[in-house]
Design a protein around this ligand. Structure first.
Ligand SMILES: Nc1ncnc2c1ncn2[C@@H]1O[C@H](COP(=O)(O)OP(=O)(O)O)[C@@H](O)[C@H]1O
Ligand SMILES: O=C(CO)[C@@H](O)[C@H](O)COP(=O)(O)O
Length: 473
């Protein structure tokens, strides 16, 4: 008998990826991908078209029994009464709502009040701050908003063939990134929406992890879907003691915990996961694209960038890159810029610069892992995934910087695999997701790069603001 197949989608910032897996074992039988447009505001129609191109690239879905969609978190998708998109979606990495975030935090009575309410202190990434920005800067558009949903909610809804906004559905994981849904209590906080938008639009109904939202026109079950980080956690079958570090467009460090977190410092976002548990997460805006920018600057490909980085000594002879190319989210410095410190006759070379780029990116993530640890998440090992984890230099340097064993799962799209595993779970209807095996390689630290992190810590506070927010004369 032919294996039963399920599909998983990762509609992430730069790319849409589709995997088709054996529902029983999780083995990937085929896959496809399509790119998204650049920029921090995107019309959701682009994601819908990319989804179809990626499905075609993966050989279609005719033989698939169920599909799950995971998507970049937080993106504000506004729909009118007819289900039409009101304006381009503002993405998680769009920082224009930084002031709105500060105002919202003050309006509710400070960071502790937000941590108590929704487990997170909102920064510009959170949907709630984007709604406040919309109400203040585009009041005509804000008035047209009848429903607000997230990228994965929108794609699942369209895949089901819906036009009715009352049919929008989401899951706990993605809902927890809005800033108006409480992971601890499992309810929307209408009061916070009113604080942002002045009223409560229609919101997707939040489904339990193994639910289905309906079927495609060809009868494949559509599972609840989730945010991309929650799907990665599901794809990797994380256990207590695991911290995953994902080096995609965003850099994220997250753990799986049985209890919700509520960090008033704002470093840890207290998300829910896609299994009914919780996913404390620290996110940076600067990960794989730092590698892209360094390669571009040096006019080399990723392979050569990696060779260059490996040819320079640990610490790059004192050259430090603070990699805030997109501003930064953790620490919360939306208007900052990056910096290079420690230039000398000896360090101003392509090799030193390549090494400083890899180390700077990883130091930001090592700080993120430390922040998770302060919040109570023990890290016995780091699981490294995402596009930049394909770099040999990144995987070679990571164990010494994280000072702990680094697990490299075999190269695969774990967000899409997690979404496929969720689809298999919805198909089964059991209490637990199906057991899928992942092959892994473990790299033990052979030295400690504590001195590299120390020098990064000295350099990190010394950055300039963006010119567009130049000081008033
Ligand atoms: N060998 C490599 N070394 C460093 N970066 C890489 C490598 N291969 C891909 N990347 C980068 O990884 C990023 C894509 O990673 P991915 O995890 O798919 O991101 P996202 O899910 O945010 O779209 C791109 O910026 C890409 O250029
Ligand atoms: O904002 C967050 C997490 O809070 C990001 O992790 C986004 O979910 C985008 O993910 P990638 O496209 O980088 O995978």
């Amino acid at each position: 008998m032919a294996a039963r197949l399920v599909a998983g989608v990762d509609s992430s910032t730069q790319t849409c990826k589709v995997v088709v897996c054996d529902a029983a074992t999780g083995a990937v039988v085929r896959h496809g991908r399509a790119t998204h447009p650049d920029g921090t505001e995107v019309h959701p129609e682009h994601w819908w078209r990319a989804l179809h191109r990626a499905i075609d690239d993966a050989g279609g879905l005719e033989d698939v029994a169920a599909i799950g969609i995971a998507g970049q978190q937080h993106g504000m998708v506004c729909l009118d009464e007819e289900g039409e998109v009101v304006r381009d979606a503002l993405l998680w990495n769009d920082t224009r709502s930084a002031q709105a975030a500060e105002d919202l935090v003050a309006d509710l009575g400070g960071p502790q009040a937000w941590a108590d309410a929704v487990g997170s202190v909102p920064v510009a990434s959170f949907t709630v701050t984007k709604l406040r920005w919309l109400a203040e800067h585009e009041p005509a558009a804000a008035t047209r908003v009848a429903a607000v949903c997230l990228p994965h909610d929108y794609l699942s809804w369209r895949l089901r063939g819906s036009h009715d906004i009352a049919q929008l559905r989401t899951d706990r994981g993605d809902a927890s990134g809005t800033g108006y849904w409480s992971p601890a209590d499992g309810v929307y906080r209408d009061d916070l929406l009113r604080l942002a938008l002045g009223r409560t639009p229609l919101l997707p109904r939040v489904l339990t992890p193994q639910s289905a939202i309906g079927t495609t026109s060809r009868g494949a079950l559509i599972s609840a879907g989730t945010g991309d980080n929650m799907a990665a956690a599901l794809g990797l079958a994380m256990v207590p003691g695991d911290v995953t570090v994902s080096l995609g467009t965003s850099g994220t460090a997250f753990a799986s915990t049985p209890v919700p977190s509520a960090d008033p410092s704002g470093a840890i976002a207290g998300f829910a996961d896609a299994t009914g548990a919780f996913l404390p997460l620290v996110c940076t805006l600067n990960a794989a694209r730092v590698m892209d920018a360094a390669a571009h600057l040096l006019a080399v490909d990723h392979r050569r960038l990696s060779e260059l980085a490996m040819s320079a000594p640990p610490g790059a002879g004192g050259l430090v890159m603070v990699p805030y190319l997109s501003g930064e989210r953790t620490p919360n410095l939306p208007n900052t810029t990056g910096a290079l410190h420690g230039l000398t006759d000896a360090t101003m070379t392509p090799a030193h610069l390549a090494r400083a780029a890899v180390e700077g990116m990883l130091c930001g993530l090592a700080d993120a892992v430390d922040a998770l640890g302060k919040g109570g998440a023990s890290n016995e090992r780091i699981i490294l995934i995402g596009g930049a984890a394909r770099s040999a230099a990144v995987t070679a340097i990571a164990p010494a910087l994280f000072e702990c064993p680094v697990v490299l799962p075999e190269s695969a799209e774990y967000v899409a695999i997690g979404a496929a595993r969720q689809a298999a779970w919805a198909l089964d209807g059991g209490n637990r997701p199906p057991d899928w095996e992942t092959r892994r390689r473990v790299l033990a630290p052979e030295r400690s790069d504590a001195a590299v992190r120390q020098r990064y810590a000295e350099a990190q506070p010394h950055t300039l603001a963006r010119l567009s927010v130049a000081p008033k004369s």
